[in-house]
Ligand binder design. Structure first.
Ligand SMILES: [Zn+2]
Length: 283
């Protein structure tokens, strides 16, 4: 661990100073210098700058309950150096740990760590006890943002703008309104395969298609053929919610879909919304 061990006061001061005394998630005044990995897991108290993050009351609670992952906190505080207690280590199976040292595996599952049974841990993660040995599903930054065209009306400095629009040159393009849930495509959407012509998404999944399909690399902004990494077909379990919007319109979304909670400044699954929660479809 190549960082200076601080005392409690120095820890709070230096964490607040780095984060400008603001909650790294919502920007409200910080009230807690939160230990990303709990201090009880460190044999020296874990008061290291890179193990701390400034949070408001609400986000501190969510972080303690592991509703917000350590990874999410580190990325918001721009912490590059990941500190783990000496007896928690990563390996070919373990990808990360939650606040209470519960391992998160590469396959997404969260297992029970060695202080899982401690009374204080049980109490604080009470609402999530049923979620162990299953995929860990904390609040996250939704999906990678989709690029806008440079000529799209209404873009702001916050939007990602595509620089390379040459791929559109002399090609028929269908332009549709950008809707919430736009990352989802209909089962009948046609995908261009490398050697088998156009196929629907449904067909690709049903046949567990092993060939390459045309994709768009958002980093290089170039098209390339890539193998399909996985296929899955979920049953329609009727997990649909009808949400009423302020303008009286209704919107039908699946329970898995995430909406932006105005008060908490984070995304939450439609499943977990309570009546009267204020939400936006987008941040
Ligand atoms: Zn906050």
């Amino acid at each position: 661990m190549n960082q200076t061990l601080l005392n409690r006061t120095e820890f709070k001061e230096s964490v607040f100073k780095r984060d400008n005394h603001k909650c790294v998630i919502c920007g409200k005044p910080a009230v807690d210098a939160h230990h990303i990995i709990d201090r009880s897991l460190f044999d020296d108290g874990g008061y290291y700058l890179d193990n701390g993050v400034s949070l408001c009351f609400e986000h501190h609670m969510l972080a303690e309950e592991t509703e917000i992952s350590c990874e999410f906190l580190r990325s918001h505080a721009k912490i590059k150096n990941i500190l783990y207690p000496s007896d928690l280590s990563l390996n070919e199976f373990v990808m990360d740990y939650d606040k209470w040292g519960n391992p998160i595996l590469k396959d997404g599952r969260r297992l029970k760590g060695y202080i899982f049974r401690n009374a204080n841990v049980q109490k604080i993660i009470q609402s999530r006890l049923k979620d162990f040995d299953k995929p860990y599903d904390p609040i996250v930054d939704k999906y990678p943002r989709t690029y806008h065209f440079p000529f799209s009306p209404g873009t702001t400095s916050d939007d990602r703008i595509a620089k390379n629009t040459n791929i559109l040159y002399k090609r028929p393009v269908i332009i549709t309104e950008k809707l919430d849930g736009e990352n989802c495509l209909d089962a009948d959407t046609l995908i261009i395969t490398e050697f088998d012509g156009k196929k629907t998404i449904k067909w690709l999944c049903e046949n567990e298609y092993k060939g390459r399909v045309l994709t768009y690399n958002v980093n290089t902004e170039l098209e390339e053929f890539q193998y399909v990494m996985n296929w899955s077909i979920l049953d329609n379990i009727g997990d649909w919610y009808e949400l009423e919007l302020e303008d009286g319109k209704t919107l039908i979304l699946t329970g898995n879909h995430r909406v932006w909670l105005v008060d908490l400044q984070c995304y939450r699954k439609v499943n977990d919304l309570k009546e009267g929660d204020d939400f936006l479809l987008k941040r």
